[in-house]
Design a protein. Sequence first.
Length: 130
Amino acid sequence: MAERVAYRGKVPSELAKLSDQEFLSLLKSRQRRSVKRAGIAYKKLLGKVEKAKAKGQSKEIKTHVREAVILPSWIGLKFSVYNGKEFVPIEINANMLGHRLGEFVYTTKRVIHSAPGIKATRGSKFLSVK
């Protein structure tokens, strides 16, 4: 059975027809407030998105704005979100609506230690490395 993707009972084709203001009424209050009180960086990002949509570019949009709420007009666009070290590419799909960009780009990764290094204690070389 195919997965039915919907946001608050509306399928992506219906959401694409909505304006951003109409979509805001579907958001929870925290996300709605964040979009309404957008800062300078968020407004610049919205401008970049509008330019990319107008040109029909498939180029990635680089951003540091991890707290940006994903809107339906962004579906299909590619973003490169900064994680503190590098830009990580993501492609927006319908399942991401209402979430923030930073939720899909992790800032930390799992640390895997290897064997004991130079100047380690004599006893540490007998420990298992798992």
